[in-house]
Design a protein around this ligand. Sequence first.
Ligand code: HEC
Ligand code: HEC
Ligand code: HEC
Length: 88
Amino acid sequence: MKKLIIVIMLVAFAFTVAYAADTVTYENKKGTVTFDHKTHGEKMDCAACHEGEPAKIEIDKEAAHGDSCKGCHKKESGPTKCNDCHKK
Ligand code: HEC
Ligand code: HEC
Ligand code: HEC
């Protein structure tokens, strides 16, 4: 029984490390921004955003309107209009 619980915990742990949330939402007064992590990860290398071992990236307004989101959209023709990202 104990062994089974340990195996389940290991599997659950491996899962959370390998797969971040499919979508992440940032709620703010301009309108909620939905970041489709899964789709981004399928269209480009993890390394396009993550340095080394992928881990949480803090997204604040400055980061979002800079290189962490919008900066890349400008370069790679992603969405750059306010309402492309902010949805009320
Ligand atoms: C377009 C940029 C981008 C790409 C590509 C990307 N990620 Fe992320 N990733 C992020 C951002 C931004 C966050 C932080 C999300 C948040 O605010 O919780 C994140 C978070 C994570 C986390 C931490 C999750 C948490 O909640 O602690 C892991 C693990 C991760 N990504 C793995 C990956 C892997 C593996 C790939 C490639 C298959 C990948 N990422 C591709 C931007 C990206
Ligand atoms: C390294 C480049 C890169 C980064 C960083 C990046 N994106 Fe994108 N994103 C793209 C590209 C390229 C597209 C267009 C994909 C397409 O239309 O096929 C896109 C599309 C989108 C779209 C519209 C399609 C969809 O998934 O709904 C949204 C919204 C979006 N990104 C939000 C974000 C947010 C929020 C962040 C930051 C947390 C972010 N992106 C970071 C490259 C990037
Ligand atoms: C590429 C996606 C993207 C685009 C384009 C974008 N934003 Fe944002 N913006 C974000 C994200 C993500 C956040 C949230 C950061 C956070 O949660 O702290 C944000 C935060 C904000 C905030 C802060 C709200 C608060 O509660 O503090 C304002 C205001 C804002 N954006 C206005 C705009 C305006 C105006 C435009 C157009 C000129 C714009 N944004 C374009 C992604 C985007």
